[in-house]
Write a protein that binds this ligand. Structure first.
Ligand code: CA
Length: 548
């Protein structure tokens, strides 16, 4: 006996149920099973995966007879559509069971693009660039609208993600370049989310760009000294500019690639004259291999793509830093090559996410794997492409290296079929540092001391009443003049250039999305509150003292 419901739209389909929008959804009632009306060998998961058929007239009549008692038993339950839209019943149950330690811990996959803007994805308003897989991921999962990167450039953002400490307290607070490698290295005493998960029994892998340690003077920060069991990719950020490198690192060993490059500097940067293997293609293969090989135990995969970061050295010499293997669906557009390449990189990145979803389905891991997709900071303008064509910051002002929201607010999509209800969005205000507490909670382990981290698991589970909130979020920026930014109560954004004593610009994000109207004079008490916080938020750092 089945319960038959017509589907109104694709968003009605619970994640993990393999139906199409014109089919009927077949739901098996617990009462049906309890009453012994199902065959002993009835395979519920197989039924969910099968393409549902419309019942014939006789079956419909029988089904309607069957629905009546079930509807009575379900009278105090939310309707199926409501469960999908409002209250993720499955997720709640899973959350309670996890809290009681009854279920296995989920695999954790953090997929991160490099310099992808808030407005670069179709599901975040992009009109030109195609991102069908990420759009589908958002439709089947949860889309955050108020999530922030750790910083407005690469290294500190990644340091915040790893340490669960905000930008004023995390180890690496800027891109140090080649001048001071130690300033861009995690240290032995640092506690990373990878260490926490590794110690909790997770198999941990970093695939792609690291940027928080290197061989030589920065070796304290090497991935395998910071909690990763396996590493494949780039250590140095300059090396990672080169999408067709002549070598990559596997753990601490250099692996030669057949690309032939014009080298720039000592760390592998440059650009290819013979482009054979595209690094992000290799990362996708490696990431999926890791998933398959570790499917029988909890794993944490940090998949740190380089797409769509520019090849800055190629921009300087060839005026085109969008180093894509091909221009894909944009090849015939009447655009300059940097524009075609920029769009092609993002669509290529999207295809990797599609491959990840397919692999998780094939391996039967969809219901036991949380996938997060996000970007490390706002969009760049370093490839020579036309920002106006793509509007990559969406409604926000600024790009990478800005502390207005265009530089730091990022897309973040969470996908976990059966636990995260489909088609939701959340305005919960979170940032990269929150991954530490979220991952620790999911791994049934403690959050390390000294973190600035609030788990967003309640939001994932559709339990906003349990969700903790930050009073303040904090960022700083060391290039050009030292700048600080604070978001207070999820509404008031303050930016100060020049350190203590410099004036604070205040923006009311509820009334002023692009942060154009400085209202500091109208809200002196809020300015005072934020000033007091700003003056004490950061800890001393030998390498990262403000240049005022
Ligand atoms: Ca970046």
């Amino acid at each position: 006996m089945y319960w038959v419901l017509p589907l109104r739209q694709p968003a009605d389909i619970p994640a993990g149920w393999n139906c199409n929008s014109r089919s009927f959804l077949i739901a098996v009632s617990p009462a049906t099973r309890w009453a012994g009306l199902l065959p002993r060998n009835f395979d519920e998961s197989a039924a969910m995966s099968a393409t549902p058929r419309r019942p014939c007239l006789l079956q419909t009549a029988l089904l309607l007879i069957g629905v009546l008692p079930l509807a009575l038993t379900a009278a105090d339950q939310p309707a199926a559509g409501q469960a999908v839209a409002d209250q993720p019943a499955a997720g709640k149950a899973a959350g309670e069971e996890r809290a009681a330690g009854k279920t296995s811990r989920p695999n954790l996959v953090w997929v991160m693009a490099d310099d992808l803007g808030y407005g670069d994805l179709g599901c975040y308003g992009q009109q030109v660039i195609l991102t069908p897989h990420l759009d589908q991921m958002a439709k089947a999962g949860l889309r955050f609208t108020h999530f922030y990167a750790g910083a407005t450039v690469c290294a500190p953002s990644r340091s915040v993600l790893m340490t669960g400490q905000h930008h004023g307290r995390t180890r690496v607070r800027g891109n140090a370049g080649q001048g001071n490698p130690e300033a861009q290295a995690l240290q032995p005493g640092d506690t990373t989310v990878a260490k926490v998960l590794q110690q909790a029994g997770y198999r941990t892998a970093l695939i792609g760009k690291w940027g928080l340690g290197d061989v030589g003077a920065a070796e304290t920060g090497l991935p395998r000294k910071q909690g990763f069991d396996e590493f494949f990719g780039y250590l140095h950020q300059g090396h990672a500019h080169n999408h067709f490198p002549d070598f990559l690192w596997r753990n601490e060993t250099r692996v030669s690639l057949p690309n032939v490059i014009v080298p720039k500097g000592d760390h592998g940067a440059g650009y290819a004259t013979q482009a054979v293997q595209f690094a992000d293609d290799l990362f996708a293969d490696e990431a999926l291999k890791f998933v398959v090989e570790n499917k029988s135990r909890p794993f944490f995969l940090y998949w740190s793509m380089v797409i769509p970061h520019a090849n800055n050295e190629r921009t300087r010499e060839l005026k085109d830093g969008s180093d894509a293997p091909d221009h894909g669906p944009y090849a015939d557009r009447d655009w300059p090559n940097p524009d075609k390449g920029q769009a092609a990189l993002i669509t290529r990145m999207d295809s990797y996410v599609g491959r990840l979803m397919t692999t998780l389905r094939e391996q039967g891991l969809t219901e036991n794997t949380l996938v997060i997709f996000t970007s490390d900071n706002g969009p760049h303008n370093e490839a020579g492409h036309n920002l106006k064509r793509f509007n990559p910051s969406g409604p926000y002002t600024g790009i990478k290296r800005s502390l207005t929201d265009g530089g730091i607010r990022v897309p973040l999509i969470a996908w976990w079929p059966g636990t995260i209800a489909a088609g939701r969005e959340s305005d919960h205000v979170g940032y990269f540092g929150d991954w530490m507490a979220t991952a620790a909670e999911l791994a049934h382990t403690d959050v390390p001391e000294g973190c600035d981290s609030i788990s967003f698991l309640p939001t994932l589970l559709g339990q906003p009443q349990r969700q903790g909130e930050h009073e303040f979020l904090y960022w700083e920026f060391h290039e050009r003049r030292f700048t600080q930014a604070v978001l207070y109560q999820g509404r008031w954004k303050a930016i100060r250039r020049g350190g203590p004593g410099a004036p604070i610009a205040l923006y009311d994000q509820q009334a002023d999305v692009p942060e154009m109207q400085n209202v500091a004079d109208q809200y002196p008490q809020i300015v005072q509150k934020i000033t007091e916080y700003m003056n004490t938020a950061r800890s001393a750092s030998g390498h990262w003292e403000p240049k005022l």
